[in-house]
Design a protein around this ligand. Structure first.
Ligand code: GRF
Length: 205
């Protein structure tokens, strides 16, 4: 009998972090299995990827709920309950959660954000880091609370910004570190290991 925690991943697009979590979770020693992928976007590329791994997928399109964000989340919540999910990983999920879902899943929703939070919350983080003249950039896995991109930090990875970097090159190099960091932090989080608030430096080159 599997003692693994039952994870759901919420996506809106490509799903490369989703795939990194799925791959990690397939190892017997990983404390979680990905049971469900939910997308608000019917065209999300990650949906096909998830299906290739044999994982259940659900599209819950926010357009079907008009401006009623809570109704959209009530539907998500119902599906999460139906699959007996215990932890939710946001992975490129491009909707800001309302207090409804956050309060139903206290300290059970994780997110990965492509910056060294609390620097550069929101979108366009790579351009923001370049514009600010940063010499390093990074990504953060954090617990989702009511303040966007500002919940408790669980782990961070840092990379150098190179002289010729553009938003695209930076995003590409950082994504490789995201794929390492997210499973690693999730594993530690689920085991109840000490939460690290300092950077897990994964500096390349
Ligand atoms: C990643 O950069 C992640 O940090 C951010 O959105 C992007 C999603 O990419 N939240 P993917 O869908 O996981 O490939």
């Amino acid at each position: 009998m599997s003692l693994k925690e039952r994870i759901a991943i919420l996506i809106s697009g490509r799903g490369s972090n989703m795939e990194a979590l799925i791959k990690a979770s397939q190892k017997p020693s990983f404390p979680a299995s990905v049971e469900l992928v939910i997308s608000n976007n019917p065209d999300a590329l990650g949906l096909d990827r998830a299906r290739e791994y044999g994982i259940a997928t659900q599209v819950i399109d926010h357009h079907d709920f008009g401006k009623d964000r809570q109704a959209h989340e009530r539907q998500i919540d119902a599906v999460l309950q139906a699959y007996a999910i215990s932890t939710i990983c946001l992975a490129g999920y491009m909707r800001i959660l309302t207090s409804f879902l956050i309060n139903h899943w206290p300290n059970q929703i994780l997110n990965i954000h492509p910056s060294i939070l609390p620097l550069f919350p929101g979108l366009d983080t790579h351009a923001k880091a370049l514009d600010a003249g940063m010499k390093v950039h990074g990504c953060t896995v954090h617990i989702v609370n009511e303040i966007m991109d500002q919940g408790p930090i669980l782990g961070q990875a840092v990379i150098p910004i190179l002289p010729n970097d553009t938003s695209l090159t930076l995003a590409k190099r950082l994504l490789e570190q995201e794929h390492v960091l997210y499973p690693r932090v999730l594993k530690r989080f689920l085991r109840g290991d000490e939460i690290e608030t300092t950077a897990d430096a994964l500096i390349n080159g």
